[in-house]
Ligand binder design. Structure first.
Ligand SMILES: [Zn+2]
Length: 94
């Protein structure tokens, strides 16, 4: 049996291309897995003027409902916020 080149294995998420960190995933996708999200999409590169915004306090019941729905659709909280904000901005632009 041929040995696999373990050092150069790539993350199993389609389109990711990062080196494997653990259990077939890169470090970022492995962290998603530990948080209870099934990793399915490539990690976006930082840059292009991106900055962190907001640290919002929400009611606990709202947070648990939000997280349950996010798990179903495989989005992170940050991705949800990004989608909501960009939709809203696009709507205002018309
Ligand atoms: Zn990955």
């Amino acid at each position: 049996m041929r040995r696999r080149a373990v050092r150069h294995r790539k993350c199993q998420v389609a389109g990711c291309g990062r080196d494997v960190h653990s259990r077939g995933y890169c470090a970022s996708h492995y962290r998603q897995l530990l948080r209870g999200t099934v990793p399915s999409r490539p990690i976006r590169e930082r840059g292009k003027g991106e900055k962190p915004v907001l640290a919002v306090r929400l009611p606990g019941s709202l947070i648990s409902t939000m997280d349950r729905q996010l798990r179903k659709v495989g989005l992170s909280r940050a991705e949800l916020l990004e989608q909501l904000v960009s939709r809203w901005v696009r709507r205002l632009a018309h």
